[in-house]
Write a protein that binds this ligand. Sequence first.
Ligand code: COA
Length: 151
Amino acid sequence: MPIREMKESDLPRVLEIQQELAFQDWNESQFAAELRANYALCVVYEADQGTSLVNGYAVFHLLGPDSELLSIAVSHNCQHKGLGKALLDAGLSRLSPKDKDRCFLEVREGNSTARKFYEKNGFTLFGTRKKYYSDGENACLYSIDLESRTN
Ligand SMILES: CC(C)(COP(=O)(O)OP(=O)(O)OC[C@H]1O[C@@H](n2cnc3c(N)ncnc32)[C@H](O)[C@@H]1OP(=O)(O)O)[C@@H](O)C(=O)NCCC(=O)NCCS
């Protein structure tokens, strides 16, 4: 499986992917803080293992019995090849072992690609936050029951 934990040396490439997709604006210090946080799980998709050629990443938070997917991204050229699903499955399966019940996420209402991706991978829409983003766009709130996912 070409998925491994994110390292500090991956951050330039992770930032490059984020900038290419222009969907979020975390800086290097924010990613570095995630790497140090004991409540965070940060993974990357490394196409050719050992080459450090990273094509995608995901960041999860572990919050008591719940967890949250904060960010998932796949470099444009590598999309629609299953990398997103592989990152999601790898992260969720690391969260699953008995102590995590649900995983939550929020996504821009207009991000139809990501919403379709989440829905296809078992997330259910349970609400919206009106004008959640600074530009006034609504956030859609999704969750997945980790136990039912493994059954
Ligand atoms: C959301 C995102 C991570 C999905 O990544 P991805 O690698 O394209 O995801 P997958 O390849 O697993 O699935 C996407 C589609 O490819 C299809 N697919 C997967 N493997 C495939 C293959 N081998 N051949 C053809 N199609 C394939 C899937 O069925 C799915 O199809 P659908 O769009 O019709 O449902 C990606 O679009 C992205 O980085 N978006 C920008 C960042 C973003 O908005 N992130 C979410 C907000 S935090």
